[in-house]
Design a protein around this ligand. Structure first.
Ligand code: HEC
Length: 259
């Protein structure tokens, strides 16, 4: 039985790798075509106009009820930039990112609002492989994961909340949907399908959008300073979140040293 499930897992992993490889080469093709056309999307950074964090958070809160966390963060910012800047934002397929919900189609991996914030920062500032002037795109995303992990969320309360009861705040100590929602459910006692849990996630989404616009505005003003101290690969030699013992207990493994 165990052997069966392992081989099934191996098969799945291999299939995933092949699919991932195919997706990557397809993407390379798309990029080449965009460049050949000289379309407006080929250049980074994309123009940014400062936004109002409060207004953005209200938009994100309401958008959560339409398209959920990750998409709501993207939509709250890009819908405003469509009006203020126009292209290339008008061509950006905002609603293609609904799949970020539930830590990606319900798998509880990274909280969609963190993923959405990273997408926005990278589109506006650029991917770090594009050179030093684009590095703050990844840096703002990195800051967001740490802020999200360490802050009692939600920090934002909408003007007209759909749920009037007080919503508990919890520190997730993790950027993961599963851990963040799980700790909140444990403290509040509300199940996943409750109106309270939904409103909590809508408010967390709005809190992230608020914080992201603060960072983007500072970047636009030239006053942005990287804040995140967590650099997993250089700190501990493996990609990881910071709270090792929450999963490993007191027996934290060290990565192999062989080159
Ligand atoms: C969200 C839970 C979680 C967190 C947090 C976490 N790990 Fe892990 N880690 C795992 C799991 C699950 C495995 C796979 C273990 C296995 O296959 O035995 C793993 C594997 C590893 C491995 C490689 C396999 C091994 O046993 O040597 C290393 C090294 C490791 N973790 C180090 C760390 C360090 C250091 C941290 C903190 C910086 C950390 N982990 C944080 C869940 C976690």
């Amino acid at each position: 039985m165990i052997k069966d499930s392992i081989s099934r897992r191996e098969i799945l992993t291999t299939a995933g790798l092949i699919a991932g490889g195919a997706a990557l080469s397809q993407f390379a093709g798309l990029v080449a075509k965009a460049e050949a056309k000289g379309g407006p999307t080929e250049k980074w950074p994309w123009p940014y106009e400062k936004l109002d964090p409060e207004k953005t958070a209200e938009l994100a809160y309401n958008e959560w009820y339409r398209v959920f966390c990750g998409n709501a963060v993207i939509s709250s910012i890009f819908s405003q930039l469509r009006d203020k800047v126009g292209e290339p934002y008008k061509s950006f397929p905002v609603d293609a990112f609904v799949f970020l919900e539930g830590g990606m189609v319900g798998w509880g991996t990274v909280c969609g609002s963190n993923a959405g914030a990273n997408i926005v920062a990278n589109v506006i500032i650029g991917p770090r492989i594009a050179g030093p002037e684009c590095e703050n795109g990844a840096q703002i995303g990195n800051d967001m994961l740490q802020w999200y992990s360490e802050t009692a969320l939600p920090t934002f309360t909408p003007k007209e909340p759909k749920v009037k009861a007080a919503i508990a705040q919890t520190v997730s100590n993790s950027p993961l949907c599963h851990v963040s929602v799980g700790k909140w459910m444990k403290k509040s006692g509300y199940p996943i399908a409750s109106a309270e849990r939904k409103d909590r996630c809508a408010r967390v989404t709005a809190s992230v959008a608020y914080h992201l616009v603060q960072d983007l505005n500072a970047w636009k003003d030239g006053t942005y300073k990287p804040k995140a101290t967590w650099k997993a690969v250089s700190n501990v030699g493996i990609t990881a979140q910071q709270n090792c013992n929450e999963c490993h207990g007191s027996n934290i493994p060290t990565p192999p040293k062989k080159k």
